[in-house]
Design a protein around this ligand. Structure first.
Ligand code: AMP
Length: 309
């Protein structure tokens, strides 16, 4: 099936409403991306196609979430290849709006603030990043509401009740803090959508796929593997109900000279607060999330592993 590329919110609403009606559809899925797509994004799209009658993927490099204009400029833009990859997964509509379409009056005056959850970890090194990301996710979630425009106030029932189509949006576990924040935004602000998390897709060697990996040299790619190795060490200890011994996992990362560690900790998956003693010398019990971020050469990489014991 050919994917239709639409550039405006009006075109998107008309095209998705038509498709949903044609198919007698009960469910619509949205996959927000910034393009430069790889197998990780493909997994999100495939999952959405399996679970919904109509699937929209958006491609928008959001200026609001980049602190650094150079980083924004050099973010890869590969629309043609992206559309082909999404088409292959069975995506129906690719929403690729311009910056003017999304922010017609320039930068928005009113924005979503991520609060304290957005100030730690990634937020600490990228001030304002999550406010910008949540603001565009809020807009994208609204653009993608199934049917022609917003349902009548109070009529939406999550999960397709009351005769309305279900609405699901797909996010990668790869960006664990973003996922936690999107879940909180949707819960705290009553967004009419179910958030579906998709596990991280990795290279055969274990490196989490990222649009930024293309900026790594062969040597740096090899060095970057220490991130997933260190996470796997923690996973193995959690599975064996052993103390996580975070110190030795941190030492493993520190032993790789091309990797400059920013943070590596085990946190509560909901609050993202460090788990303190639970991860060091006592056998690990319960749920945790190991978060890691490091600069490898010129590129900042993040990865994580949900832990359960
Ligand atoms: P991005 O285009 O980088 O903003 O990512 C768009 C979506 O794809 C986000 O929900 C990411 O978490 C998800 N994603 C990125 N990389 C991966 C990966 N390696 N595995 C699974 N999902 C991913």
């Amino acid at each position: 099936m050919v994917a239709q590329v639409v550039r405006t919110a009006a075109e998107l609403r008309a095209a998705s409403a038509l498709l949903l009606a044609e198919r007698g559809g009960r469910a619509q899925g949205l996959v927000p991306t910034m393009g430069a797509l790889h197998e990780g994004h493909a997994r999100l799209a495939k999952t959405a196609v399996e679970q919904n009658d109509v699937v929209v993927a958006s491609i928008f490099v959001n200026p609001l979430q980049f602190g650094d204009a150079v980083d924004l400029d050099r973010y890869p833009r590969t629309l043609e290849a992206d559309v082909a990859l999404l088409e292959e997964q069975g995506v129906d509509l690719v929403f690729a709006p311009s910056v003017d379409e999304v922010y017609p009056g320039g930068e928005p005056l009113v924005r979503v603030t991520a609060g304290s959850l957005g100030e730690k970890w990634e937020g600490a090194s990228r001030p304002g990043h999550f406010d910008g990301a949540l603001t565009v996710v809020a807009k994208l979630l609204h653009y993608g509401i199934p049917g022609a425009g917003l349902p009548p106030a109070g009529a939406f029932v999550s999960g397709g009740g009351a005769g309305l189509p279900a609405y699901r949006a797909y996010f990668g576990q790869k960006d664990a803090q973003q996922l936690a924040l999107v879940r909180r935004m949707v819960a705290d602000l009553n967004f009419p959508v179910d958030i579906v998390a998709v596990p991280t897709v990795r290279s055969a060697e274990g490196l989490a796929l990222s649009s930024r990996n293309r900026f790594l040299s062969d040597e740096e790619l090899e060095a970057a593997l220490v991130l997933s190795r260190a996470l796997r060490l923690l996973e193995a200890r959690a599975n064996a109900h052993e103390p996580l011994d975070l110190d030795s996992a941190q030492a493993l990362v520190a032993s790789q000279p091309l990797v400059a560690l920013d943070y590596f900790d085990v946190v509560d998956p909901g609050t993202l607060e460090p788990l303190a003693e639970n991860c060091r010398k006592v056998p690990f019990r319960g749920e945790g999330l190991a978060l890691i971020a490091a600069k490898v050469g010129p590129v900042r990489l993040i990865d994580n592993a949900p832990l359960s014991s």
